[in-house]
Design a protein. Structure first.
Length: 463
C-alpha cells in the first residue's frame, strides 16, 4: 500500500465491487451451472424458446485451466464435463473440435486467474501459442509447460501439446460417487423452486418496492461494513487530516526494531489460525452435507436425477452424414488434402506436437502457397475431413495418398513438407520416422537420408 497505492486501490475496487443480477439470471446460473450441472451434461437451454446450449457445436478452441491446489474446482471437476459430453476422444476429433487443458501443480482457485506466476508462465504461453493452435489438428490435448533455464539467467519455457485420451482424464478421478448426492439436491431444489414460484413469489413481488429493495441492498452486511469505514460516515471525517499527517511524517522502521519481529510472528500466527479454522469449517460443511444428502433414502429420492446425458456410440458417430461424406472423399482431393492428411496421421501417431513444430506448420498454412490462397473456413473444413479419414480409416488413408498426388513433383514436395514440420531426424520418435518412411514408400519417393531444414514451399507463388 505504501509503494503501489493506485494499484492497490484499483485491485480493492475490482475485488470488492458489487453487481446486480436479475431473477432469471440467478435462477439460470443455479439450475444450469451449480445445482443441476446441466451445462456440463449438455442439457442446458436458453430462454423461453428452449434453445439448446450444445457444447459440441463450439468451433473455437476450448482452453481449460485446472490445478491440484484448487479446492473449489479441482481438476476432476473441471475436466469431467469432457467425458460427460463426448463418447470418446475420437468424437472430439471427428467433430473438428480443439480442447486443450492445463493442470497446475499447486496454485489455488483464485491464483489461476490473478497469480503473476501463472500469468507469466501458463497464460503467456497460451497467448503466444493461440494463433498456432488454429492450425492444430482437432483432438484432446494437454498443454505441458516446462521451465528451461538459459545461460544468461533468464527463464524460458518449452511448450508441448500432448494428445490425451479419456483414460487420462478419468485417472484424475477415482469414480463419480462423490456426485451422487447432488441428484437429491437437484430434485429438492427443483421442488422448492416450484413451491416458491407457485405460492410465495406473487406475495413477495407485491410486497417489494423499489425503495425497500434499495434499502435492503444498503443495509446488507457486506455493503454496510464498507460504508461504515468510508468517507460517507461523518464520524470518520477527522481521519482524512490524520491520515495526511501520518503519510507526510511516516518513517521506515529500522531493521533491528523488535516490533518488526513481533509483527512478523503475529502475521504468521494469524495466517495459521485462519488456515486452521478454514479447514475445520470446510470439514464440518462436508460432514453435514453428507449426513443430510448422502443416505440411501436420498439416493432413492434423487436417483432419476443422476442419469447422465445419452452419448453417441462409435457406430452412430460413423453413421453421421458429415462423417460418411468425408469417408467417401478418401480418394478425392489434391496437394492440400494430401499434406493435411499426412500431418493428421503424424500428430495422431506421435501423440502430440511441440510448439516449434506447430509454429512451422502454422507458417506453412498461413504464409505459403497453395495454402495461403485458400480461405480459412475452407482450410478448417479440409482439416476436419482429413482428420476424420486419418482417425477412422488410418491404413486406407495412407494407401490412397497416391490418388491425391498424381504429379511426381507434387509427391516430392508433399514428402518434403511432411519431413520439414517435425524438424531434425534426431528429434523424431521412431514412430514418426517409420510413418515418414511409409509415406515415401507409397508415394514412390527415395528413403529418408537427411534433415529438411528449409521450407519446401517458401519459393512457391500463387497461381
Amino acid at each position: 500500500m505504501d509503494t503501489t497505492r493506485e494499484s492497490f486501490l484499483a485491485t480493492e475496487k475490482w475485488w470488492s465491487s458489487f453487481c446486480l443480477l436479475h431473477e432469471n439470471e440467478i435462477c439460470w446460473i443455479l439450475e444450469n451451472l451449480f445445482i443441476g450441472n446441466r451445462l456440463g451434461k449438455n442439457m442446458a437451454y436458453l430462454g423461453s424458446g428452449r434453445q439448446h446450449v450444445d457444447l459440441k457445436q463450439i468451433r473455437a478452441p476450448i482452453i481449460v485451466f485446472a490445478s491440484h491446489g484448487d479446492k473449489v474446482t479441482p481438476p476432476q471437476q473441471a475436466l469431467n464435463w469432457i467425458t460427460d459430453v463426448y463418447e470418446d476422444e475420437e468424437e472430439i476429433r471427428v467433430r473438428g473440435q480443439h480442447i486443450i487443458y492445463m493442470v497446475h501443480d499447486d496454485i489455488g482457485h483464485l491464483g489461476i486467474f490473478v497469480s503473476s506466476k501463472v500469468v507469466n508462465r501458463e497464460f503467456r504461453q497460451v497467448a503466444t501459442t493461440l494463433e498456432a493452435i488454429e492450425a492444430l489438428m482437432p483432438g484432446l490435448y494437454e498443454m505441458c509447460v516446462k521451465d528451461v533455464q538459459e545461460h544468461d539467467g533468464r527463464k524460458s519455457f518449452s511448450v508441448e501439446l500432448v494428445e490425451r485420451s479419456f483414460k487420462d482424464i478419468r485417472a484424475l478421478n477415482d469414480n463419480y460417487r462423490d456426485e451422487f448426492p447432488f441428484g437429491a439436491v437437484d430434485r429438492a431444489s427443483e421442488l422448492q423452486a416450484q413451491i416458491y414460484h407457485t405460492i410465495a413469489r406473487p406475495f413477495v413481488r407485491a410486497a417489494v418496492t423499489t425503495f425497500t429493495a434499495q434499502a435492503c441492498r444498503s443495509v446488507h452486511p457486506e455493503r454496510l461494513s464498507r460504508a461504515l469505514i468510508s468517507s460517507r460516515n461523518p464520524m470518520l471525517a477527522g481521519f482524512r487530516s490524520i491520515s495526511e499527517q501520518v503519510r507526510q511524517s511516516r518513517a521506515k522502521a529500522r531493521v533491528d526494531n523488535p516490533f518488526l519481529l513481533a509483527e512478523a510472528l503475529y502475521v504468521q500466527h494469524i495466517a495459521q489460525v485462519m488456515i486452521y479454522w478454514r479447514d475445520l469449517r470446510d470439514m464440518m460443511y462436508e460432514l453435514t452435507f453428507h449426513s443430510m444428502w448422502n443416505t440411501p433414502l436420498q439416493h432413492y429420492f434423487g436417483d432419476r436425477y443422476e442419469v447422465q446425458a445419452r452419448q453417441m456410440t462409435p457406430e452412430e458417430l460413423r453413421s453421421r452424414p458429415d462423417v460418411q461424406c468425408a469417408l467417401k472423399m478418401i480418394a478425392t482431393g489434391g496437394f492440400i488434402e494430401a499434406v493435411i492428411r499426412m500431418m493428421a496421421l503424424l500428430v495422431s501417431d506421435r501423440g502430440g506436437i511441440r510448439r516449434d513444430r506447430l509454429d512451422r506448420w502454422s507458417r506453412v498454412l498461413t504464409q505459403n502457397e497453395p495454402f495461403r490462397s485458400v480461405p480459412s473456413d475452407r482450410l478448417t473444413t479440409i482439416t476436419r475431413q482429413q482428420t476424420i479419414i486419418a482417425t477412422l480409416e488410418r491404413e486406407q488413408a495412407i494407401e490412397t495418398l497416391p490418388l491425391l498426388l498424381d504429379d511426381s513433383e507434387e509427391r516430392r514436395r508433399a514428402c518434403l513438407v511432411a519431413r520439414y514440420v517435425p524438424g531434425p531426424i534426431a528429434e523424431m520418435s521412431p514412430k514418426t520416422i517409420d510413418l515418414l518412411g511409409r509415406f515415401a514408400q507409397v508415394l514412390e519417393q527415395p528413403p529418408i537420408t537427411g534433415d529438411v531444414t528449409e521450407n519446401p514451399l517458401a519459393q512457391m507463388k500463387a497461381e
